[in-house]
Design a protein around this ligand. Structure first.
Ligand SMILES: [Zn+2]
Length: 97
């Protein structure tokens, strides 16, 4: 665990913007938890972000999810997506079925 770790939010994954009042709640696409919301940021929009984003497992899960989505091939996509889900299971983020 490096203390130099820098939180980076990825729009559309673990942070979202909406017009003020438009969206009541958002769920993080990476880990599925309810996002924290900041209302009326700069008077221009509501800002949602995942409270887990600062955790290193979240960063890795995010990378796996992004990676899975860049493939044209469904086979490769499913493969990486499965790894992403296994990773969340291993961290106890997803409950086993
Ligand atoms: Zn999250």
């Amino acid at each position: 665990m490096s203390k130099d770790f820098v939180v980076r939010y990825h729009k559309g994954y673990d942070c979202f913007f909406s017009d003020p009042g438009d969206t009541k709640s958002m769920k993080c696409r990476v880990c599925g938890v309810e996002c924290v919301v900041e209302i009326n940021v700069n008077g221009a929009h509501d800002y949602f972000y995942c409270p887990n984003s600062e955790k290193q497992w979240h960063d890795r899960a995010l990378r796996l999810l992004m990676e899975s989505e860049k493939f044209e091939s469904r086979t490769l996509r499913d493969l990486v997506y499965d790894e992403y889900k296994d990773f969340l299971l291993a961290w106890g983020v997803l409950a086993p079925k």
